[in-house]
Design a protein around this ligand. Structure first.
Ligand code: F0G
Length: 360
C-alpha cells in the first residue's frame, strides 16, 4: 500500500507557517497537531447590536478546541528540543487539555494540576483521554500555579503555563492571521482575561506586524474579566474568585503587568462583566450568529455590548473578538436554559404534530 498523500496545500501548523516570525531557539523541532489557521468570521447580529463591524476569531477550531494549542506547539517543541521528558501545568482546563495532547505527540509524560471540581467536564475528559496524570488540588487556579512552579523548580519537569515565554511566541500568531485576513489590524481587539497572557501575546503580535510593515495601524487592546474574578479591574488580587466562566476564574494573574502594559500602550481598557451579561452574550452568539462558544469566550461580546450601551464605542469601528474556546467543552450553560426536547414514537404524524407543521 502506498503512503497516504498529503493535501497539496494543507495548513502546516503555526511553527511551519510562521517560523521566520517566531523567536525560537535554533534547531527547535516541530511538534504540531495542525493548530492555527482558524476562521475569522463576521458576526452580523452582534455587529448590528453594537453598531460596529465585528469579526470573531474562532479559536475553538484548534485541535483541542481552544487557543492554547498555538502556544503549546511552541512550548512543547522547545521543551522537546531541550530534551525534556515530562511536562507539567496548572490549569482551569484548556491548558491541561492542550498540554496533554501535545505531550502525546512529543512522546512525553504530562501531569496537570486543576482546581478541584471547578473545571468543565469536557476539558477534564480531554486530559484523561490523552493519558495525562490529573491531580485535583483543593484550592483555586492560583494555588495550582504556585504548586506547578514549585515543582518545575525542584524536579525535572518542564512548566507549560504561559509564564513560559515560548507560549507567547505561539499565541501571537493569532494576530498575524487577523492582519493577513483583514489586510490591516482592527481598530479594537477584545479578548477574555484570565491569567492575562493572551492579551499580551496579541499585542506582541500586532506590534510585530506593525514593525515589519504588514499593518500601518495598531488596535486598542480591550480585555474582559468576569466581575467575580476581576483583579486587574479592581487593582488587587481576589482571594476567592468566582464566576460561571471557569476558564477565567483566576484571582492573581501571572501576567498581570504584561496585560496592563498591553492595555496602556495600546490605549485600550480592561473591564469586568457580570455572569448574567456573559450568559446573555453567550445566548446572542449562539442564537443569532450561530457561534457556540464556552462561557469565558462570550465575555468579550458582553464587554462590547456594555461599552456600546454606555456610548463608549464610536460607530463603524472594525472590531475583532477572540472566541477562545469551543462551546462543546462546557455545554451545560446551553442545556440549563431549561429547553426539554419532546419525546415521540417513531411516527411521521407525531413528528409533524410536535413540530406544529401544517400540510402544504
Ligand atoms: N478563554 C479561555 C477559554 C481560557 O481557557 C483562558 C485561559 C482564557 C480565555 C484567558 O486567557 O489566561 O491568557 O488571560 N485558560 C487557562 C487554562 C488559564 O488553564 O486553560 P489568559
Amino acid at each position: 500500500m502506498s503512503e497516504p498523500t498529503a493535501l497539496p496545500r494543507a495548513w502546516p501548523g503555526v511553527i511551519e507557517q510562521f517560523r521566520d516570525r517566531l523567536e525560537l531557539p535554533p534547531g527547535t523541532p516541530t511538534v504540531s497537531l495542525g493548530e492555527g489557521g482558524t476562521p475569522l468570521v463576521p458576526a452580523p447580529a452582534l455587529s448590528q447590536r453594537v453598531g460596529a463591524q465585528v469579526w470573531v476569531k474562532i479559536e475553538g477550531c484548534n485541535p483541542t478546541g481552544s487557543f492554547k494549542d498555538r502556544g503549546m506547539t511552541t512550548a512543547i517543541s522547545v521543551a522537546k528540543g531541550q530534551g525534556a521528558q515530562a511536562v507539567i501545568c496548572a490549569s482551569t482546563g484548556n491548558t491541561s487539555a492542550s498540554a496533554a495532547a501535545y505531550a502525546v505527540r512529543a512522546g512525553m509524560t504530562c501531569a496537570v494540576l486543576v482546581p478541584q471540581g471547578r473545571i468543565a467536564v469536557g476539558k477534564l475528559a480531554q486530559a484523561i483521554a490523552f493519558g495525562a496524570t490529573v491531580v485535583q488540588v483543593n484550592g483555586n487556579f492560583d494555588d495550582c500555579l504556585n504548586v506547578a512552579r514549585g515543582l518545575a523548580q525542584r524536579y525535572p519537569v518542564a512548566l507549560m503555563n504561559s509564564v513560559n515565554p515560548m507560549r507567547l511566541q505561539g499565541q501571537k500568531t493569532a494576530a498575524f492571521e487577523v492582519v493577513d485576513v483583514l489586510g490591516q489590524a482592527p481598530t479594537i481587539h477584545v479578548v477574555p482575561v484570565g491569567n492575562a497572557a493572551n492579551i499580551a501575546a496579541y499585542w506582541m503580535g500586532y506590534q510585530q506586524e506593525h514593525r515589519e510593515g504588514r499593518t500601518t495601524e495598531l488596535p486598542h487592546m480591550w480585555g474582559v474579566q468576569a466581575a467575580g474574578a476581576a483583579p486587574i479591574v479592581l487593582g488587587h488580587p481576589v482571594q476567592q474568585p468566582d464566576t460561571i466562566a471557569t476558564a477565567i476564574r483566576i484571582g492573581n494573574p501571572a501576567s498581570w503587568r504584561l496585560a496592563e502594559q498591553a492595555r496602556d500602550d495600546s490605549g485600550g481598557r480592561i473591564v469586568a462583566v457580570s455572569d448574567e451579561q456573559i450568559l446573555a452574550a453567550h445566548r446572542l452568539l449562539s442564537r443569532e450568529d450561530g457561534l457556540f462558544v464556552e462561557p469565558a469566550s462570550a465575555a468579550p461580546a458582553a464587554g462590547l455590548i456594555t461599552a456600546a450601551q454606555a456610548g463608549q464605542l464610536p460607530a463603524g469601528q472594525r472590531v475583532v473578538l477572540t472566541a477562545t474556546g469551543n462551546g462543546l467543552k462546557d455545554p451545560q450553560w446551553a442545556v440549563s436554559e431549561g429547553v426539554q426536547p419532546v419525546c415521540i414514537e417513531p411516527d411521521p404524524d407525531q413528528a409533524a404534530q410536535a413540530l406544529q407543521l401544517q400540510r402544504a
